[in-house]
Ligand binder design. Sequence first.
Ligand SMILES: [Zn+2]
Length: 214
Amino acid sequence: MKKPLLLISFILMIVCAYTQNITGKKEVVNSSVIVKNDNAITDLPGFTSTQDAEKIVFSIMDVLGLEPNFKIKIANVPNVEADIRHRQRYILYNPEFITQVNLAAKDKWPAIFILAHEIGHHLNGHTVSGTNSRPGIELEADEFGGFGLCKMGATFEQAQLAMHIISNLQASKTHPGREDRLAAIAKGWNKAEAQIKGITYRADRTSQTGAEQN
Ligand SMILES: [Zn+2]
């Protein structure tokens, strides 16, 4: 990336510091983590355009039994944001960021997770209350992301893959550290899996295995 772009990104990060971003940064890390996508039980597209995103959002809301009344728009934002303008719920995204995520992931689920995370902000009321990004609400959105991805057929590893690419290891004022975010995704994924299997959800489960029938 060229330096002027970096500078612009930095300025944008400051300008957008009081919104609910998926991450506290613009760049994604080139990841060598590749998860074999052999559990794709849906015909979800990858997130490569606004139309794809609309289909993905429809699918996320469909598994929840809710109407997909979000508008998805390309915007001059550092990465992806949930916002409400004139009582309309928006998901705003930077296509360059999404392209980087898709290239780094070599898997469709991280970009889908990012959409699910933003929907999590809307459904948890973070955008209604105008709450700025802070670790607590980011974990709620991450948990919802893990929940939604499990419901759509992502594996546990696929649900967590986004965090290996976009998150910082260390916590910041706005975003939790990677381990906490992975744990939140695990919590959501396990909750959804328990619902699907009709077993009792145990909040202390943070791994893929170990579900207990009740
Ligand atoms: Zn967020």
